[in-house]
Design a protein around this ligand. Structure first.
Ligand SMILES: [Fe+2]
Length: 466
């Protein structure tokens, strides 16, 4: 069956907070059931894989400051290419579909929603700052840079409490299931979170400049603790020094540095950071299951963005031959000069429904170019095509401007990420993002390399194959 649908914007839905009847409770949220009804409605009307852009939900819920005022939902199917636009109205349902633009090929194609964009209304988090400041009175002034795990634990506990208290309930629910439930989006954006005022200029010389103000860190670690366990790697001193310092801190800084302008790294700007998966060689107890970014200052020119490309979306654009080659043949990435620093694995694994990729930005490797990744000629060609498709998906999507007050979550089992190139001015107003790594709570397995209760883990590579 061929039908038409997609790229819809749904407006005018009045949402009601579910459960709580307390008019003062900040965490009353939008009804998940209502949200699912919207998805079901879309499913019924569209009857097949669709590409839904800009599900914009507007409304009010009387006494609550609890609305998700804007949600963007992308359900994608790469097989759908023929674009057609028309406008329709579904006023009987109180819903107006204002755009409709893709030809749908088959009812059997699976619907996937991989991008969710939520805006928190200012009134919902109006009391956060006061609550944060009361909590922060008990913190040591160097919490943002401490490596003392007892103090770090106090900070994470406070941050966790604050995030759970001030985020709408359905947002917390989505965070709880973000990693575990494949029906959840693989990318989630939360906008409108209040962060520190009077920010220092965007600059970095290995020492954090944002000292004594940790609202952004509180959101990052609080949200990270809802999703799983924030952690970082214990890195050799030479690696920390080479990177310019700060990589060992549980909250990492991403901001342009003039001497690293051409680097495909957290500090680069003038070159694109190609689509990749962070730390994919890690053993399970230190796997970076989820990445979380928080914007402190967006690129003033709105060019510097984080790129995202969902694996399922990429998978559906690959040829069957390439899929077979990349499932059956292994590539070897060479992360250092010794044989032990090589990592050999097929690029594609996992199921048809939940395919996983090992996709990497080989420019970050210090090994000779010809050694960075190796495989048969056909496997290398298929890998290059996969990377091209990943970039195509990312460019089509457009990326995320991780600007002030924006949190971006990536499920690394389901989505690759990168960064656009952009112009850094080094005038103190450049793009500034923070980042944490999250594991799904396996970091303290008894046989693992983590001395409980530390959150800094000795990097251990899992070995596959021969
Ligand atoms: Fe990355």
């Amino acid at each position: 069956m061929v039908s038409l649908c997609s790229d819809v914007i749904i407006r005018g839905i009045s949402l009601h907070s579910s459960g709580s009847t307390s008019s003062s409770h900040p965490a009353a949220g939008v009804s998940l059931g209502r949200f699912q009804r919207i998805q079901q409605l879309r499913s019924e009307r569209c009857r097949a894989s669709s590409f839904v852009r800009g599900l914009s939900v507007l409304g009010s819920s009387s006494s609550y400051s609890s609305l998700i005022t804007s949600a963007q939902l992308f359900a994608t199917s790469a097989k759908l290419r023929k674009i057609r636009r028309e406008k329709i109205s579904c006023s009987a349902m109180g819903i107006q579909v204002v755009e409709r633009d893709q030809e749908i090929q088959s009812e059997s194609e699976t619907q996937r929603s991989w991008f969710l964009d939520i805006s928190i209304p200012p009134e919902t988090v109006a009391g956060f700052k006061e609550d944060y400041e009361a909590e922060a009175k008990t913190w040591a002034p160097d919490l943002g840079t401490t490596m003392d795990f007892y103090r770090l634990e106090e900070f994470i506990a406070s941050a966790h409490m604050l995030a759970r208290k001030w985020l709408p309930r359905d947002v917390v629910r989505k965070l709880e299931t973000f990693y575990h439930d494949p029906r959840q989006p693989s990318v989630m954006v939360i906008r409108g979170l209040p962060i520190d005022e009077d920010m220092p200029p965007t600059t970095y010389d290995g020492v954090k400049t944002k000292v004594g103000k940790y609202m952004s860190e509180a959101w990052l670690l609080g949200i990270g603790r809802i999703v799983g366990q924030p952690f970082n790697f214990k890195l050799p001193p030479q690696m920390v020094t080479a990177a310019g310092g700060g990589m060992e801190l549980i909250v990492r800084e991403i901001l342009p540095r003039r001497e690293k302008e051409q680097n495909a790294s957290n500090y680069g700007s003038s070159v694109i950071l190609e689509m990749h998966r962070d730390f994919f060689t890690c053993a399970p107890e230190c796997a970076v299951d989820v990445l979380i970014f928080m914007g402190l200052r967006g690129d003033p020119r709105k060019i510097g963005k984080t790129l995202v490309a969902d694996y399922y979306e990429i998978y559906n654009r690959l040829s069957p031959d390439d899929i077979q080659i990349l499932r059956e043949q292994s590539l070897t990435w060479q992360f250092g000069p010794t044989a032990e620093s090589g990592f050999t694995h097929p690029v594609i694994f996992g199921t048809e429904e939940n395919p996983e990729f090992y996709i990497f930005e080989e420019e970050v490797l210090s090994s000779p170019v010809e050694d960075r990744v190796k495989g048969s000629a056909e496997a290398m060609a298929a890998y290059r095509r996969l990377k091209d498709v990943a970039r195509e998906v990312a460019v089509e999507h457009g990326g995320v401007d991780v600007e002030r007050g924006v949190v971006l979550l990536l499920n690394q089992r389901r989505v690759s990420h990168g960064r656009t190139s952009f112009e850094a001015k080094y005038d103190g107003n450049d793009r500034w993002v923070q980042k944490i790594l999250v594991n799904q709570g396996q970091i303290w397995q008894p046989y693992g390399p983590v001395p409980w209760p530390e959150r800094h883990i000795t990097y251990r590579t899992v070995k596959h194959g021969p």
